[in-house]
Design a binder for this molecule. Structure first.
Ligand code: TYD
Ligand code: MG
Length: 457
């Protein structure tokens, strides 16, 4: 057994220090340094032992790219965010809030891969095989080639994986696994890192594609998957509002495909389902003739997606007016309300303002600015908007409308969904105005022009 030394390890970024501090000097997180005992001799990183053929330098022309044949997960949206399927020998992290559907997604994928491709080993440290089976029989056909292992010992898992050499290994979740060589508890930074290193070595050396689930929790005692992000080949986030049925898969990093990329799924009583046309679903329940509702063509990865944004401006229910932003960044939202108030003379600061993006979508781009302004204006003036209208554009502090990327794709998506009019930044107009024959495109320069365009003609 190796000798142990005590260090304080940041559970968020892995920074090490011999003494305790309230705040990690590296990543700035408060209360994230925890005492851990490390084996003084580490296991030599990702690879150990003598060089194998694959470690010798190779001429680039001699590299066999057929090795990159990808394994389909059976779910087109998951394949899409992975860049076209699972790359053999790759190591992927799937993370997301508890209860969002990570286990369901990977169980469904495992079942499909077992049927089409070969052995899959699904290791669960959280659920018994009985639980996994009963979930499995709900979501699809079972196969003998899907092997379940309820285990938390890293050594046992590695032994079994080595013996079986499955096509795909699923670890649910990395936070439940612990190595007997370390004294720190499961989920601690050193355990997570150790498990990740050893599993990655297996993936790379034996070509076992591995997908690990990593929970995000606000509790600092669990190693944030942040620490893993640097090590793995791809990071996929699963998102969605708890009470909504839509789930977004979002790739933040991918050594084998483009990022950011997005997939859209729907949680049903038979597991996760793909959506034929996500935009259609996000717009299906739009209220007719109501004020405060607008369609925004947003870009989710390389994919344009139409979403409905709603705003409600109301007399304040409390002495301090409330600001609620769902699906858009709160700071950005507050800034936009200030600009709209000043430029259009709307009395917003004395009133409650609620903003909501329908369907659990979170918009992270400034192209949604114009939509937020339009919805707020529409609600504040009780002015229903043309139901065939979509808007996008960034708003500057002077109330100017600034150009955004991929205007043509946004207009085309609006056209496909039957919308008839787009308000876009004037600077985007020249190249974008003929993007779709049935969509009239109007370029605007300022919030004042937006207000004029929204008035009934
Ligand atoms: P789960 O995959 O266990 O989440 P995670 O692994 O991310 O913690 O999913 C949990 C939720 O999904 C649970 O609330 C039940 C729901 N669910 C369905 O709605 N339909 C289904 O077919 C399944 C299997 C789960
Ligand atoms: Mg789970």
């Amino acid at each position: 057994m190796a000798k142990f030394q005590t260090v304080f390890l940041c559970q968020s970024c892995g920074y090490q220090t011999p003494r305790w501090m309230g705040r990690c000097p590296d990543c700035g997180q408060w209360g994230s340094l925890l005492e851990e005992r490390l084996a003084s001799e580490r296991h030599g990183g990702v690879r150990s032992g003598s060089s194998t053929a694959r470690e010798l330098p190779t001429p680039i022309t001699a590299v066999d790219v057929r090795a990159l044949h990808r394994i389909s997960s059976g779910l087109a949206e998951l394949d899409r965010v992975l860049g076209g399927g699972i790359v053999p020998g790759s190591f992927v992290l799937l993370s997301g809030d508890p209860g969002i559907g990570k286990s369901t997604l990977l169980l469904q994928a495992s079942m499909q891969i077992a049927i089409r491709e070969g052995t899959v080993l699904y290791v669960s440290g959280e659920e018994s095989p009985e639980q996994t089976r009963s979930r499995g029989s709900r979501v699809g056909p079972l196969s003998d080639r899907l092997l379940l292992l309820a285990e938390t010992s890293l050594q046992v898992i590695l032994d079994q994986a080595e013996r079986l050499r499955p096509k795909v290994l699923v670890i649910d979740s990395i936070q439940t696994i612990a190595s007997e060589d370390l004294e720190s508890p499961p989920g601690s930074f050193s355990q997570v890192r150790e498990a990740a290193w050893r599993l990655m070595a297996l993936a790379k050396d034996k070509g076992v594609s591995t997908i690990v689930i990593g929970h995000i929790t606000k509790d600092g005692s669990i190693a944030g998957p942040k620490a893993l992000e640097h090590m793995v080949d791809a990071v996929v986030f699963m998102e969605g509002e708890g009470h909504q049925v839509h789930r977004l898969l979002r790739t933040m990093k991918n050594r084998f495909g483009p990022t950011p990329e997005v997939g859209v799924l729907e949680m049903t009583d038979k597991g996760l389902r793909e959506l034929e046309n996500p935009s259609e679903v996000f717009l299906s329940q739009r209220p007719a003739g109501a004020s405060g509702s607008i369609v925004i063509p947003t870009l989710e990865g390389s994919r344009p997606l139409l979403v409905e944004l709603q705003a409600l401006v109301a007399e304040p229910g409390t002495p301090i007016p409330r600001r609620v932003f769902n699906g858009v960044d709160g700071n950005r939202g507050a800034l936009l309300l200030a600009v709209v108030e000043k430029r259009l003379g709307l009395r917003l600061s004395a009133r409650d303002v609620y903003v909501n993006v329908v369907g659990g979508v979170r918009i992270g781009e400034t192209a949604a600015d114009l939509g937020l302004a339009a919805a707020v204006l529409s609600s504040a003036r009780n002015l229903p908007l043309d139901p065939g209208l979509a808007v996008f554009g960034e708003i500057g502090l002077a109330g100017e409308i600034r150009a955004v990327p991929m205007a043509e794709q946004r207009i085309r998506e609006a056209g496909h969904l039957g919308l008839s009019h787009c308000l876009i930044p004037r600077h985007n107009l020249e190249r974008a105005q003929s993007a779709f024959s049935t969509v009239r495109v109007t370029g605007i320069r300022s919030l004042e022009e937006l207000a004029r365009e929204l008035e009934p003609h």
